[in-house]
Design a protein around this ligand. Structure first.
Ligand code: SAH
Ligand code: SF4
Ligand code: F3S
Length: 439
């Protein structure tokens, strides 16, 4: 039996795509190898969102080269966003690569592996959804659902529109059927994935055309689904019906990831985000009005070209005012083929790093303050396994998407009630209540 080894970089969409790649390979009779040196097929699912992502992957690729020099019949494959962004150049730069394919061509990997001649080939069309391939899921109790692929936005810093193509939604009936299969197969939490989930459905027609808020209700109606998450919404499309779903649709969790990027309207304009600071804050106010306890997290870029000290202060102000429950913060990284990479007034690295440190201080302080509201409360926690820091304790997540480390007895996928006794900016801690098992 042939064996594969797959390394995944990047976002949750890539994690999803990798589960499908594995499912497809296993349906072809491959099994998973523990290490690269035991694999007949060495695969990478790549990301290109920032320069660091490229560098990390290229370091790993050197190991595949070594494996191939020792065992000539090893097949090396590179999929994902980096492959899509360099296309045929993969073979010029790394001649030992046998097959390269973009996120829209995962199914072609099967065709390649079953063809008679394994001469190097690249597949870079945007067609089909990886969501239609069989999956080998990493966690029985959790499932990813690809509701759309691609992105029609033109954020000037972002490589994703060129690596994932134009936005295409999957028909709602197909998605409901997929969630039903997931539930029957043990999933109780689903995460709906798309680059801009709340523009879902606009390209569909007839009975399949439903809004994102309606899709949430349809998924909620599937028996066995206790938690629904989604990522990412775009603030410009964050409508009141979606916000209300967090209060009114029982499985939709009390957490919204609302990427800010910058708190300065002129910077947002140059980023082509199509909202202003005021409009963003207005969305936050609407969330607080309908779902007062909702956790809000975000993504922020510092050091975008032309970002002045005054622009940056506005980002700090928004971070202070919103009081995020958590945030991913990034130093701007110029990406090939993007508009922002051609903009003047690059922010020197030392200034960007200094701003990053100031931003992280505000984010962490506010997150710590926000987290105190949970102390003394009993939260429903979905158990993931042992705690990473203390194997005698358990780790899980609250509906607010907070990591909770706690004392108790339960297995992965169980819902338990945990009394929260402590809170830091990142995690909550507590003890499972007696008779805590909810199921
Ligand atoms: N489609 C999603 C995810 C985009 S990538 C969304 O729009 O929310 C995740 C995050 O990476 C972005 O929100 C942004 O904060 C960051 N990012 C994207 N391109 C970047 C770049 N060139 N430099 C630094 N950060 C970047
Ligand atoms: Fe990139 Fe913007 Fe699309 Fe997100 S919405 S994937 S940041 S272009
Ligand atoms: Fe995701 Fe990276 Fe592509 S963040 S969409 S894998 S560039």
């Amino acid at each position: 039996m042939k064996r594969y080894h797959l390394t995944t970089f990047g976002c949750q969409m890539n994690e999803h795509d990798s589960e499908r790649m594995k499912g497809m390979l296993e349906s072809l009779g491959y099994s998973e190898a523990r290490a690269r040196d035991q694999a007949d097929l060495i695969l990478f699912n790549t990301c290109s969102i920032r320069e660091k992502a490229d560098d990390r992957f290229i370091a790993h690729l050197a190991e595949a080269k070594k494996a191939k020099s020792e065992r000539a019949d090893v097949v090396v494959g590179v999929g994902g966003c980096w492959a899509q962004s360099v296309k045929e150049e993969v073979f010029a730069r790394f001649p030992f690569v046998d097959v390269a394919f973009g996120p829209g061509q995962v199914h072609k990997l099967a065709e390649f592996l079953t063809s008679d001649s394994l001469t190097a080939q690249g597949f870079f069309e945007f067609e089909g959804f990886t969501g239609r391939l069989p999956a080998k899921r990493a966690r029985e109790y959790q499932g990813w659902v690809q509701i759309s692929v691609g992105c029609n936005c033109v954020c000037s810093y972002c490589i994703v529109p060129s690596t994932r193509g134009r936005e295409v939604s999957r028909p709602s009936s197909e998605l409901v059927a997929e969630v039903q299969r997931l539930a029957a197969d043990g999933a109780r939490e689903v995460t709906l994935l798309g680059q801009n989930v709340n523009s879902y459905g606009r390209d569909l027609s007839g009975g399949e055309r439903v809004s994102f808020a309606r899709l949430l209700e349809m998924v909620d109606a599937v028996e066995g689904i206790d938690r629904i998450r989604y990522t990412s919404p775009h603030p410009k499309d964050m409508r009141e019906d979606v916000i209300r779903a967090h209060a009114e649709v029982s499985a939709v969790c009390e957490h919204i990831h609302l990427p800010l990027q910058s708190g300065s309207s002129p910077v947002l304009k140059r980023m082509r985000r199509t909202y202003t600071r005021e409009r963003y804050l207005d969305r936050v106010a609407l969330i607080r009005e309908h779902v007062p306890d909702c956790a809000i997290t975000t993504d922020i870029i510092v050091g975008f070209p032309g970002e002045t000290e005054e622009d940056f202060r506005q980002t700090l102000e928004v971070a202070e005012e919103v009081g995020y429950d958590g945030a991913f913060t990034f130093i701007y990284s110029p990406r090939r083929g993007t508009e922002a990479a051609t903009l003047p007034d690059r922010v020197p690295h030392e200034i960007a790093t200094e701003r990053m440190a100031r931003l992280v201080e505000v984010i962490q302080r506010r997150a710590r303050e926000r987290a105190q509201r949970f102390v003394g409360r009993t939260l429903e926690v979905l158990v993931e396994g042992p705690s990473r820091t203390d194997p005698a304790r358990l780790r899980g997540r609250s509906r607010h998407n907070k990591v909770v480390n706690f004392a108790g007895l339960a297995g992965p996928g169980e819902l338990v009630e945990v009394e929260i006794t402590g809170a830091t900016s990142q995690t909550l801690s507590g003890e499972a209540s007696l008779l805590s098992r909810l199921s």
